[in-house]
Design a protein around this ligand. Structure first.
Ligand code: TYD
Length: 249
């Protein structure tokens, strides 16, 4: 479902996954690739992405003891999200751009819902209040075993979500993401986070490309095509290039 009213022309992609899944690296790589193809895109992250959101991020990730109640967490994540949607995501989509967001609403369902036990329905209502019907066109879930992901985290990246939560919490989060993906197979693509960085990048690109259509988001698909004519769109270019875009799993 989209926030729309006919105004939305861009494409909204979110990256999700448990700790250490490499989403941020992939967000940057995808943006570089799209930009090189001449497609304007915006990279942002949650919590954060706006002045208000970054301030909320500091509270959320480094909150003093005692830890915020799970409901307080859910409200703060959604406060940052509401601002990000209004200030960054919706305007970019209205300009016809591709928005790449490192975590979005599924993280709240996975962490505060499946992980911390808050009721999913309440969390969904909260998200609806925060961002209305704005929902990703594509969600890439980079999945990997929790032990692998936590082992990748550097000491300076440790937030209270890794520090104070046990392995069982992170297993529930991972299983939660997988359950969300299973419930919306059209929106989600699951990629094995143990693949190489290059292979994951390629898999994300392959998932995105057919969904953008010829010419990328917001471009009018030509009503008439000439059989055999080369496709001049930046994402569906010449055959040699196309073969170089294949996944090397
Ligand atoms: P961050 O350092 O950005 O982690 P990562 O690189 O794994 O995204 O910290 C974000 C933390 O906040 C991460 O532990 C997941 C957690 N989180 C939630 O619990 N709920 C949410 O809605 C979001 C967006 C993040």
């Amino acid at each position: 479902m989209h926030l729309d009213g006919g105004r939305r022309r861009g494409f909204f992609l979110t990256l999700e996954g448990p700790e250490g899944s490499g989403k941020s690296t992939q967000a940057q790589r995808l943006a570089a690739r799209l930009t090189a193809a001449g497609l304007p895109c915006v990279v942002t992250r949650e919590p954060g992405g706006t002045a208000l959101g970054e301030a909320v991020r500091q509270i959320l990730l480094h909150a003093p003891e005692p830890s915020p109640a799970p409901a307080a967490d859910a409200l703060l994540f959604n406060a940052a999200r509401a601002q990000l949607a209004a200030e960054v995501i919706v305007p970019a989509l209205e300009r016809g751009e591709i928005v790449i967001c490192d975590r979005f609403g599924d993280s709240t369902l996975a962490y505060q819902g499946f992980g911390a036990g808050q009721p999913l329905e309440a969390l969904r209502s909260l998200a609806q209040f925060a961002v209305g019907d704005l929902s990703p066109d594509l969600t890439v879930l980079i999945d990997l075993p929790v032990e692998d992901g936590l082992a990748r985290k550097q000491a300076d990246e440790i937030t209270r979500f890794e520090e104070r939560a046990d392995l069982d919490f992170h297993r529930r989060v991972r299983d939660g993401f997988l359950a969300l993906a299973a419930s919306e197979p059209d929106r989600f693509v699951i990629i094995d986070g143990r693949l190489t960085v290059e292979a994951i990048e390629q898999a994300i690109f392959e998932a995105l490309r057919p969904r953008l259509g010829p010419g990328g988001p917001g471009r009018k698909v030509p009503t008439r095509t000439i059989a055999g004519a080369p496709d001049a769109s930046p994402l569906h270019s010449s055959e040699p290039e196309r073969s170089s875009l294949r996944m090397d799993r």
